[in-house]
Design a protein around this ligand. Sequence first.
Ligand code: ZN
Length: 74
Amino acid sequence: MSRCQCCDKRLSDYELTLRHAMTNEFMDTCMDCLSEIAESVPLMVKGRKDLLVSMEDHASSVDNEIELDKDQEM
Ligand SMILES: [Zn+2]
């Protein structure tokens, strides 16, 4: 079980997969801390997108498809 090296919070499955895009080292840092770091330092991180999607499942992607349909009517 890994914890965030910044705030000691337990990392989610997705956060555990995050690696630095250049060094390929695991970040061991939660999304909250990563976004704070990214504000001051450009940060390239890659993770498993499928896990990210399952995390954001409740933020429905269906709405986007409906908006696209409206545009196509024009
Ligand atoms: Zn953290």
